[in-house]
Ligand binder design. Structure first.
Ligand SMILES: Nc1ncnc2c1ncn2[C@@H]1O[C@H](COP(=O)(O)OP(=O)(O)OP(=O)(O)O)[C@@H](O)[C@H]1O
Length: 278
């Protein structure tokens, strides 16, 4: 982690909303550094402050106090994909919709066409360029939203529970598109309640009541040092994915899997390695 360039520096970030007679502290003196090219997953229960963090990062709401510094000259530096695929869709056709952001940034007609078509190609929607946006499925709409961000070529992408309204196959398509972005060196902030999606990330940050409760590798999040202790994941009240629960049960029976898997594919490799070594 220390070799990566610090890309976003969040210092003493607090966000307070008016709430009746009182105030609601959505984020409380948050300290967080995000690194270039890293895929960071943000997890936390409803209302802990995840979306507020995403909105501050994308400039949709200002900090009440503290600061967010982004070490990039790109414009825009950050783009966000929202939970509801319908929210950002404006264009009548798929192509028009991707062009919308480019028009807002004053991109000339020739470059706009090239960048829009390239972005649609990358997410697999080029054959649907002339389709009506209203005719797309939820998963296709979310891919279109990703294409809209891609066309603007920001170095940082924030996904706020971007798969939570999609069926499993569409979810997989979106995750594949994001994996491509990550492979190309983009920085990903992936907010999720679906812990099996942590298989894709480099680092996990758990938020509790507007503060950071855990920041570290996914294996340390899911697995305690010894098979009998409680994991960070469990102690924070999350339910571990099926693969992790299975490995925990195996560890209690004396099976040592190495490296500790999070995804089913990692699990199958670790089990094969166990057989090969016997
Ligand atoms: N505009 C607002 N006005 C008042 N309170 C707000 C506003 N936006 C968020 N809050 C409150 O701030 C807290 C954090 O909200 P936030 O949306 O960031 O949580 P979250 O972790 O994203 O939740 P979820 O998983 O349900 O999306 C919540 O208590 C919420 O009710």
């Amino acid at each position: 982690m220390s070799k990566l360039k610090e890309f976003i520096t969040i210092h003493q970030l607090s966000v307070t909303f008016p709430s009746g007679e009182q105030e609601k502290k959505a984020l409380q003196q948050l300290e967080l550094s995000l690194y270039e090219g890293q895929w960071t997953a943000i997890v936390g229960s409803n209302g802990c402050g995840k979306s507020t963090l995403a909105k501050v990062l994308t400039g949709l709401i200002p900090p009440t106090s503290g600061s967010v510094q982004i070490d990039s000259k790109a414009h825009p530096a950050v783009q966000m994909v929202f939970q509801n695929p319908e929210t950002p869709i404006i264009g009548e056709t798929v192509y028009e919709d991707v062009c919308f952001g480019l028009m807002n940034y004053g991109v000339d007609a020739e470059a706009m066409k090239r960048r829009a078509l390239e972005a649609l190609q990358q997410v697999g929607l080029l054959p649907l360029a002339e389709a009506q946006t209203a005719s797309l499925s939820g998963g296709q709409k979310q891919l279109l939203n990703i294409a809209g961000c891609l066309a603007l070529n920001p170095p940082i992408y924030v996904f706020d529970e971007a798969t939570s309204m999609l069926d499993p196959l569409s979810r997989q398509h979106v995750l594949e598109a994001v994996r491509k972005l990550h492979d190309q060196g983009h920085t990903i902030l992936w907010i999720t309640q679906l812990l099996d999606e942590l298989a894709w990330c480099d680092r996990v940050v758990a938020i509790e009541d507007g503060s950071i409760a855990y920041d570290g590798p996914k294996t340390d999040f899911f697995y305690p040092a010894s098979g009998d202790e409680q994991s960070v994941c469990e102690s924070l009240g999350f339910v571990a994915p099926y693969t992790v629960k299975t490995v925990q049960a195996l560890r209690k029976r004396g099976f040592q899997l190495n490296p500790l898997p999070v995804s089913p594919i990692e699990f199958s490799k670790a089990v094969s390695a166990l057989y090969d070594s016997n």
